[in-house]
Design a protein around this ligand. Structure first.
Ligand code: GLN
Ligand code: ZN
Length: 760
């Protein structure tokens, strides 16, 4: 019998109950017990859903009030000293303080760093590791959860991030050392955990080791051997779970480790199934991740059954089926989407539906399909056929335009040197020109107006009039402050991707399609289901209006194609790069229209360009090539004298600087204030040819930066980049700040720029 399971299930709840409960607890509205019971209730519900769907095991250990990697750090007692939890059980408030710096109980301290989990939009808390660190079993939580699940009568499999991936995701702090040296100290605690689980009667423990799909240094590969040889003595069966890509050069290693089972991602890397089947020792279970855990499309059950027949024949009882990775990365339940049109809905599957798909597939393979399974197979096959034929997906105008693209379409008319002269003549800006990144405070009034408009309490006319007032206010403030290049302030945008998605064809929006981003934060990515095109101009009337209020140049403001792609659920029936090119062409038309409307500078934000990098370095260049081409396609339609800006909210450019330069944006604004401008070294070393606006203050902090500080930073920047190519701006958009902070901060920034002009 083929066993059906899942690597994990979303924990936020179909109504984001977890978000609501944790935030209420942080605000002091509910107490610790109420929060604990909310968690317990969600776990119970999610296990029940797995059982009802017919999974053979329910997964325990995927729940977290904040983050599953933080949970492991707490479990191992890896709590930085500043949180003062040296002995005993590490409590919930301590873990909240690690995550957010403060909690209802305990002294505030600097939160741990947070970063993206592999190539997902999920963020985890980075384990802080230091030389000589000791570990201890410091939390009972996991064992309590196992008891809960057992009390409810479930067959339990435990999931826990494996020791090497946990270390891999960590960061060395303090004295220089190699975190891999901590492995020997960590392993005994893992051993203790596994023994405890065995005592509880747990048969299978899934150790998540997605680090195995990345480029691992030789020492780490060897450490896998050593570690799993030690762990094999544990009295439980181990399932080594790998996902998010192909095992590649770690395939031999992964198949040969002394564990009882291996999980592979057969969605991102279907080709590895055959090789793994050939290499897998006869005593091992193979869990095939066959349902996409990273996207929301309904599975083609007929095709998958076909593709699994040989594995089924070869493995027999040793075949397990699961989603490719934890379902943490998809929304909870499609049934909630009562307002989504029926056709589109029939193409989708969220976490709850994906469980059904796994179970049905297992039964189909075994020849024990129920009438419900047969019906599900039929429905899936029909829906997929309908999707392929649907006239809503393919637009011949879009594909024809794509096919007709010439290499020159992605190139500006002249090289930068010539454009620069034309832009100087046209824009007539001072040395060290000042500008901002785009958004001004999204005040409660703005958000209230948008909500009223959405529910029909405010007419479109009135809403637009309100937004124009906001724009006028922002323009007036900027003129008062003496900024050189202005922005309209983006009051009309709820979100930098959703705003464009709503105005483009080929996008759809769910009502409850929330996915955890970090802690209690969830995002609701748009769904790109069809060819993307632009039925009408999207931003032109706002920018035109803003420009009409001032003599100074007004920057048009767009979200770039790579970022729109990266922050959406992308269709799976064509290459990502094709979808990206379609978005690029839609934006290209907007850029052309902005220019025609008299806008002299246009910023195309690409904050997600870097996070799109594949997990394997060997694939970086191919990605960067099409990503850069897409950006250029959207931008290169303008005349020489129209200035193209781009913005990225980070500053690690060392390894991608050539591609950043290849974007050929006239101006790039980046985040640098926190690094003391040292991160400009990459630009200096590369002899980056175009203009740069290194952020001179951190917008994430409510502090008002002083003039002297910014002058100093700019002097440091000028040591690295010729003064004539430097701009002066904050690190990022100001939408999360209030005007009371923004005005004095920008006044000081303008003052700093004036000081620099005197000196240079
Ligand atoms: N133009 C956007 C803003 O200012 C850019 C946001 C971002 O980079 N994430 O809000
Ligand atoms: Zn930014």
């Amino acid at each position: 019998m083929t066993l059906a399971h899942t690597l994990g299930y979303p924990r936020i709840g179909a109504d984001r109950e977890l978000k609501k409960a944790t935030e209420a607890y942080w605000k002091g509205e509910i107490d610790r017990n109420a929060l604990e019971s909310a968690g317990k209730e969600l776990r119970a519900r999610h296990w029940q859903a797995q059982r009802e769907a017919g999974l053979d095991l329910v997964t325990v250990g995927d729940f977290a009030f904040y983050d599953q990697i933080l949970n492991v750090s707490v479990l191992l007692g890896a709590v930085p000293e500043r949180f003062g939890a040296v002995e005993g059980e590490v409590d919930l408030d301590t873990s909240f303080r690690m995550a957010r710096g403060r909690a209802p109980g305990g002294t505030p301290a600097a939160a741990c760093e947070m970063t993206k989990y592999f190539d997902t939009n999920y963020h985890y808390l980075v384990p802080e590791l230091h030389a000589g660190q000791t570990f201890r079993l410091a939390s009972q939580r996991l064992f309590d959860e196992v008891e809960e699940a057992k009390a409810a009568g479930h067959a339990v499999k435990v999931t826990l991030t494996g020791p090497l991936t946990w270390l891999w995701l960590g960061k060395e702090k303090g004295q220089d050392f190699d975190r891999l040296t901590l492995l020997d100290t960590v392993l005994p605690v893992y051993g203790e955990i596994l023994s405890r689980l065995a005592e509880q009667g747990v048969e299978w423990v899934q150790l998540d080791e997605p680090a195995l799909v990345q480029d691992l240094p030789h020492a780490w590969q060897q450490a896998y051997e050593a570690a799993y040889h030690k762990l094999q003595s544990a009295p439980v069966k181990l399932l080594l779970a790998t996902y998010f890509g192909a095992l590649g050069d770690n395939l031999q290693l992964a198949t040969s480790l002394p564990v009882d089972g291996l999980h592979i991602d057969a969605v991102r890397a279907p080709h590895q199934l055959e090789t793994v089947l050939d290499r897998l020792p006869a005593y091992k279970v193979l869990s095939v991740g066959i349902i996409d855990g990273r996207n929301i499309w309904r599975a083609d059950l007929a095709r998958l059954r076909e593709s699994l027949t040989s594995a089924h024949a070869r493995l027999g009882e040793r075949l397990w089926l699961a989603p490719s990775c934890s379902l943490l990365h998809v929304p909870v339940d499609l049934d909630r989407e009562t307002e989504l049109d029926a056709e589109l809905k029939s193409w989708l599957a969220f976490a709850r539906q994906k469980l059904d798909e796994v179970v049905t597939l297992a039964r189909l393979l075994d020849g024990r399909a129920t009438p419900d399974d047969q019906a599900r197979l039929e429905v899936a096959t029909q829906a997929l056929a309908a999707r392929r034929r649907s006239t809503r997906i393919h637009k011949s105008a879009v594909s024809e335009r794509l096919a007709a693209l010439a290499a020159t379409d992605a190139e500006r008319d002249s090289p930068y040197a010539k454009r620069e002269a034309a832009q100087r003549r046209k824009l007539d800006l001072p040395l060290f020109p000042t500008t901002t990144i785009g958004s001004f405070p999204q005040t409660t009034e703005i958000r209230a107006a948008r909500r009223a408009f959405k529910v029909g309490e405010l007419s479109r006319e009135d809403y637009e009039a309100r937004m124009r007032e906001e724009i006028a206010y922002a323009v007036q403030r900027q003129e008062g402050l003496g900024l050189d290049m202005l922005v309209h302030g983006e009051p009309e945008r709820n979100d930098m991707v959703e705003y464009f998605g709503e105005l483009l064809d080929g996008f759809a929006f769910t009502r409850f399609g929330w996915v955890q981003s970090y802690g209690s934060r969830c995002v609701k990515p748009p769904v790109i289901f069809g060819d993307v095109s632009r039925p009408a101009a999207m931003t032109v009337h706002w920018s035109e209006y803003a420009q009409s209020l001032t003599e100074r140049p007004m920057k048009g403001m767009l979200t770039g194609p790579v970022t729109i792609l990266q922050w959406s659920f992308v269709r799976d029936d064509q290459q990502r790069e094709t979808t990206c090119r379609q978005i690029a062409l839609a934006l290209r038309d907007e850029v052309a229209d902005l220019e025609a409307a008299g806008i002299q500078a246009i910023q195309i934000d690409e904050p997600a360009l870097r996070e799109g990098l594949p997990l394997r370095q060997a694939e970086w260049q191919a990605y960067l090539d099409w990503a850069v081409e897409c950006f250029k396609l959207s931008a290169a339609v303008v005349r020489d004298e129209t200035q193209i800006h781009t913005h990225m909210c980070y500053s690690e450019f060392n390894d991608i600087i050539a591609s950043i330069a290849a974007l050929d944006a006239d101006v790039i604004t980046i985040e640098t204030s926190r690094s003391d401008m040292e991160l400009l070294d990459a630009f200096q070393d590369f002899a980056y040819p175009n203009e740069i606006g290194p952020g001179v203050y951190d917008i994430h902090s409510p502090n008002i930066p002083d003039v002297e500080w910014m002058v100093q930073l700019l002097e440091k920047a000028a040591e690295r980049i010729p003064a004539e190519r430097l701009w002066v701006n904050p690190d990022c958009g100001l939408k999360t700040r209030g005007w009371a902070e923004v005005e004095p901060a920008l006044a000081n920034m303008v003052e700093a720029a004036r000081e620099l002009r005197q000196r240079h």
